[in-house]
Design a protein around this ligand. Structure first.
Ligand SMILES: Cc1cc2nc3c(=O)[nH]c(=O)nc-3n(C[C@H](O)[C@H](O)[C@H](O)COP(=O)(O)O)c2cc1C
Length: 222
C-alpha cells in the first residue's frame, strides 16, 4: 500500500518542484532523460490515446537557433519589463531568473519540446471545427507534470516555457514537426545552479468549497 505514512517523500517532493531557470551547461546522460520521459508517458489520457511526442534539442546550432527566437519572442511581448533590475519583490526576482534563462538558453544541455497531437475538444461541434485543432492540452499537461516530478526526483532542474508559440510555425519547419502535432511546452533541462526549495502557493483550503461555491464551512462535509 502506498499512502502518506508509508511514502512521505512524495509529499516533500511535490511541494518542492519550483521552476528552475538557472541551469549548468554540464551534459545530462541520455539514460536519465529516458527515465524522465518514461515517467512522463505514465500520464493518463482520454481513451488512452497517449497523444504526446518529444523532440530533444542538444546540438549547439539547434539550441542557438531556438534561443535567438525565444529572446526575440519575449522582448516582443514584454518589452522593457525584461530589463527590470529590482530584486526586492518576488516578481522582480522572477524576471531576473527569466532573463538568465533567456541569456543562457543556448548553453543549457537539453531543450525538450513536448508535442501534443491535435484533437478537437468534445464541446466543439463537428460543423464548427475549422482550421487546425488545438493540441490535446488536457493529456499533455499531466505528462508534463510527471516530467517535472521525475526531473526533481533525479536532481535535474527544469521549467515550463511556452513562449515558442510566437514562432511555432518556424519551429515546425526547422525540426520537421508534423502539423498534426502542436508544440505545447519547451522545457530546458539540466543540473540546477540553485536550490530546489519549497514552492509558494495559496493553501488548498482557501479555494475549497463544500457543497456549493463559496461555502468554506468544513463542518458541512460528511
Ligand atoms: C501553462 C504554464 C505556462 C508557463 N509558461 C512559462 C513561460 O513561458 N516561461 C517561464 O519562465 N515559466 C513559465 N511557467 C512557469 C510558471 O511561471 C511557474 O510555475 C510559476 O510562476 C510558479 O513558480 P514556481 O514554479 O517557481 O513556484 C509556466 C507554467 C505553466 C503551468
Amino acid at each position: 500500500m502506498i499512502d502518506s505514512d508509508t511514502n512521505p517523500r512524495f509529499f516533500d517532493l511535490v511541494g518542492n518542484v519550483r521552476a528552475m531557470r538557472r541551469l549548468k551547461p554540464d551534459p545530462v546522460p541520455l539514460g536519465l532523460l529516458r527515465k524522465v520521459l518514461d515517467a512522463g508517458v505514465n500520464a493518463p489520457s482520454g481513451q488512452n490515446t497517449q497523444p504526446w511526442a518529444f523532440v530533444l534539442l542538444t546540438k549547439p546550432d539547434a539550441k542557438q537557433w531556438f534561443a535567438e527566437r525565444y529572446d526575440a519572442a519575449i522582448r516582443s511581448r514584454f518589452g522593457a519589463v525584461v530589463e527590470e533590475r529590482d530584486t526586492s519583490s518576488p516578481m522582480g526576482r522572477q524576471l531576473q531568473a527569466l532573463r538568465y534563462q533567456m541569456d543562457h538558453m543556448h548553453e543549457f544541455p537539453v531543450l525538450l519540446l513536448v508535442c501534443g497531437l491535435r484533437d478537437w475538444p468534445f464541446k466543439v461541434p463537428a460543423e464548427e471545427r475549422v482550421g487546425l485543432a488545438p493540441p490535446n492540452y488536457g493529456a499533455v499537461y499531466p505528462c508534463v507534470q510527471n516530467i517535472l516530478l521525475a526531473c526533481r526526483s533525479l536532481g535535474l532542474g527544469t521549467a515550463l516555457t511556452t513562449m515558442h508559440q510566437v514562432f511555432e510555425e518556424e519551429l515546425h519547419e526547422r525540426f520537421s514537426i508534423p502539423t498534426d502535432y502542436g508544440v505545447v511546452v519547451t522545457m530546458p533541462i539540466g543540473y540546477p545552479m540553485g536550490n530546489f526549495g519549497p514552492v509558494r502557493r495559496k493553501p488548498a483550503a482557501d479555494v475549497t468549497y463544500f457543497g456549493q461555491w463559496g461555502n468554506t464551512d468544513s463542518g458541512t462535509y460528511r
